[in-house]
Design a protein around this ligand. Structure first.
Ligand code: 5GP
Ligand code: ZN
Length: 115
């Protein structure tokens, strides 16, 4: 049976099969620039392990590692005036890639509520 991560676009980026602009990596999480940025800074923070979404019962340590790297990315990118971390989940949440990821968005003012 094919591994469910075989054709996952983020797993393929993590394996180096698809190019991406890496911003930071560690043993558990990678951060790379979004292909279609929605803000001057738009980085995706992705666990190396294939986890489909927040609804897939991710390990708390994995969630912590994602948020910790998100804040490190924000600092590295100089987002001293603030930023937004977003985890879209499921169809109503606007999730389009079924591999858990946090968006780090910054470099402009973010409206609230989101669309
Ligand atoms: P979602 O809509 O699931 O919350 O976010 C998926 C994000 O992945 C989108 O912002 C989209 O632009 C980005 N994305 C989709 N395919 C690729 C890709 O091949 N490379 C990179 N770097 N980003 C991608
Ligand atoms: Zn994956």
């Amino acid at each position: 049976m094919a591994d469910r991560s075989e054709n996952c676009i983020f797993c393929r980026i993590i394996r180096g099969e698809i190019p991406a602009t890496m911003v930071a990596t560690n043993d558990h999480v990678v951060a790379f620039r979004d292909l279609d940025p929605k803000a001057p800074v738009h980085v995706l923070v992705v666990p190396r392990e294939h986890i489909a979404s927040l609804d897939d019962s991710p390990d708390r340590a994995v969630l912590g590692a994602v948020l910790a790297l998100a804040t490190e990315v924000a600092q590295m990118e100089g987002l001293a005036d603030g930023y937004r971390v977003v985890i879209n989940t499921g169809p109503d949440g606007g999730q389009t890639v079924d591999h858990l990821h946090a968006h780090v968005l910054g470099g402009r003012h973010m409206a609230w509520p989101p669309g």
